[in-house]
Design a protein around this ligand. Sequence first.
Ligand code: ATP
Length: 668
Amino acid sequence: MVRRDDGEQSVSLLGGRRSPREYSEHQRLLETELSRESAGYGAVKPLSPLPTGGVTLTWHDVNVYVPDKKNSSVFSSCQSEAPKLKRVLNNVYGAVLAGNLVAVMGSSGSGKSTLMTTLAQRNPGEVMVDADIQYNGQPATKQMRSMAGFVYQDDMFVGSLTVREHLEFAARLKMERHTTAAERRARIDTIMINLGLKKSEHTRIGVPGQKKSLSGGERKRLAFAAEILTDPPLLFCDEPTTGLDSYNAERIVSMLKEMAYHGKTILCTIHQPSSGLFAMFDQLMFLSEGRLAYMGSATNAAEFFTSLNLICPATYNAADFYIHCLAVAPGREAQSRERIKAICDNFSVSSHAKDMAVTAQYHEAAALAHTQARRYECRELTRSAVRRASWFVQLYWLTWRAFIDSMRNPAIHWIRILQKMGIGLMVGLCYSNLQYDQLGAQNLQGLMFILVTENTFPAMYGVLSLFPQELPLFLRENKSEMYSAPLFYFSKVMALVPGFILDPVIFISMMYILTSLRSDLPSVLMMYLIGVFTCNTAAACGCFFSAAFQNMSQAMAVLIPFDYLLMITGGIFINLSTLPKLLTWTKSLSWFMYANEAFSIIQWSGIENIPCENLSNSSRCLKNGEEVLNKYSFHSGDLAIDFNGFILLFTCFHILGAVALWLRSRRQ
Ligand SMILES: Nc1ncnc2c1ncn2[C@@H]1O[C@H](COP(=O)(O)OP(=O)(O)OP(=O)(O)O)[C@@H](O)[C@H]1O
């Protein structure tokens, strides 16, 4: 039975969950319906031929709740009281058969997008769903999600890619793994030609409001193109024609129509379609105030609304008229809501609703009936969608995209290089009188600490915006099953590595040019190596914080106190041997300590006979490099421990970062 929001019970429309049945079930359904007809439920329309493929999508009792931010107190999350919820879909039901193109319509806020994301199982984590959704009579599973394409209302791209590159990336990650390069190219070319994108294939997508390249309409068509690359059996399009001129809108709907003709199941939200566009849809679905107001053919819509005394004037666009009937008019809210309730209630008990239910059951039963063949087909459908590129190919293409994006923003790199050189010049000039003597010991340790901080802070804070900035695109692509969270994480990390090799090399080279650091080849190489390890460990820490926190300010709030711990245990502000016993473990977390010790070992080990002149008190004289190291509680034999410390911290931060991103993708 289907519940109505007023608590009444209306006739059963789509039934409850069903288990696989034999082919005879289909016969039984027909007989049941004939007996229902003779019992006065209404005429059963002739049924279409048995479906031979594609997806029949049915849904009933779809209830969706979202957090009601307006009526929730700001303290509710701190208190034990549950956050208030708002119901945005109310017992919605419906069915779409394979080979049908359905227009989902209704006034703004009626729940169209929410229904689409619910049916495609792509709701954000904060949305609560209670629904029975079935693909070919089987409860929809997460695995089946990859069978569906979804064109979102708002498009998201990596703006530095060209149209062709974007489609190549999408094709490589979405299409079946054994598709050849020639097949992929052919498919991309065909789609670009059909959607009028061929002339802009080498144009960069751009970022609206910053670097504009493609027009709004071209972006819409590109988003659509990327979704139909795989020719999915089920396609959801959220306003694919909004912002397009009538010619391009018609072109898109014609393509959808052709796809439906070849057996695809397509749902498409649409605002104010022209009469021509409206006539291209096989079925219409109207939502109002989160309830189903009508679903069926355009002819039946006219019949249904007329039966309620809502007659579309001859000169009026029918779609506009129906939406007008289902909208809440400002100033006349109560009457509007009464009218909407009457329409929804009447539809739920109408013969149109029953027809829809019976036809859907018939198709579902038929789908389940061909047990062997069907099971194989369903398995094949799911498998073909899931057997996309291997993880190695995914990582390769994600890294390729991250590199392209980085290379096409050269200004950022030049600024970074110039900044490094500027700071290097300033620091180098200050330490240009560096000597390996009593005063030089203090100076050199100061310089070592600057080397540590200069290789730490820009790297650590520079990556903090990395994941919050890219999260929306990542979540969308991740929900489309294009790649997993850890692969995305590691691709971003790999694209950062060259920069974090170049930075320390520039800075340390400046120090070698301007100061008199030990310049034998092994020492020079080791200094570069320690700089690179320091920089990459710091970046790993920043990446972890970036992946674990919602935004930069939250990440900074935790990272700044952590910084203090690192600095204090770095070996310059406190002699490490005097750390309270309870806190000695903290220095193992400090790559400041590992870096400072390693740099100091390279500079001081093997230095003998430091002159004691210039000292008033000869008892404070440091006679050799070993004594300098001992003064700071460093040990010349600990170089291997320092490198192991770097490697351990680098690995742990990145593993934790990948896990944090994975957890966020699951939550959101
Ligand atoms: N995640 C969410 N959090 C809070 N409210 C939400 C969320 N998702 C949807 N809603 C609310 O649910 C209602 C339906 O939204 P939905 O986007 O489905 O409407 P729509 O019919 O697609 O509107 P439009 O045509 O303007 O895109 C709106 O009132 C919207 O504010």
